[in-house]
Design a protein around this ligand. Structure first.
Ligand code: ADP
Ligand code: MG
Length: 203
């Protein structure tokens, strides 16, 4: 999905936190966004995701304004993922049910994504009781399972161990390569941006 941002301004009270004249996020690519704490990375992602509508300027998604169809094709993984107080399986099932997928199609998809992220053993665990790294994997699985056209990731690997980071990065890359889904990854880790991004934007 191609994102075009024009004349974007965001204020909190009277303080301007974002001012972007023009920015295009290329379709099918991984764009890394880095910058110091407080520079507006999360704010920008929330706006692109349609969660924050209080801004000036325009954003288009493959040339269209945000609507229900567009929203259904994208997903945001929060820095601190919130998972439902249900099993891991049910958490990952949710976006598929929401989109009306057949029951027979749902199970194999979930099993496949669990395997990719190496979390089959967590399937029946309650999601809110998982460790940080486990939660991040489940949150990514829940995002990837419906093959979004736009995947927005807010610091998906902060505070987790190197082994989990490797798995998350591998699956982000694989998702992009296999489905051609567009990815925007916010990270304060420039190394990670370089490892994953086709393009890096410093805010
Ligand atoms: N809900 C809010 N109300 C007021 N100020 C906010 C709010 N959310 C974020 N800010 C401020 O806006 C700036 C950008 O925040 P944020 O987008 O979270 O930055 P980043 O993700 O790059 O660390 C920061 O100065 C932050 O304190
Ligand atoms: Mg942030």
């Amino acid at each position: 999905m191609e994102i075009k941002i024009n004349n974007l301004e965001k204020y909190y009270d009277s303080r301007k936190v974002l001012d972007i004249d023009s920015l295009t996020i290329e379709k099918g690519k991984i764009t890394g966004i880095t910058g110091p704490n407080g520079c507006g990375k999360t704010t920008l992602l929330n706006i692109i995701a349609g969660l924050d509508k209080d801004y000036k300027g325009s954003i288009t998604y493959d040339g269209l304004a945000l609507n229900r169809q567009v929203a259904d094709k994208m997903t945001l993984v929060f820095q601190k993922p919130y998972l439902f107080k249900r099993t891991v399986y049910e958490n990952i099932e949710y976006p598929l049910k929401l989109r009306g997928m057949n029951k027979s199609e749902i199970r194999p998809r979930i099993l496949d994504i669990l395997k990719r992220l190496e979390i089959e053993n967590l399937m029946e665990k309650k999601a809110h009781l998982l460790s940080g790294g486990e939660s991040q994997k489940v949150a990514l699985a829940r995002a990837l399972v419906f093959n979004p056209e736009l995947l927005l990731l807010d610091e998906p690997t902060s505070n987790i161990d190197p082994e989990a980071i490797e798995i998350l990065e591998r699956e982000i890359l694989r998702f992009n390569q296999e489905t051609g889904g567009t990815v925007i990854i916010v990270t304060h880790n420039l190394e990670q941006s370089r490892r994953l991004g086709h393009r890096i934007i410093e805010m």
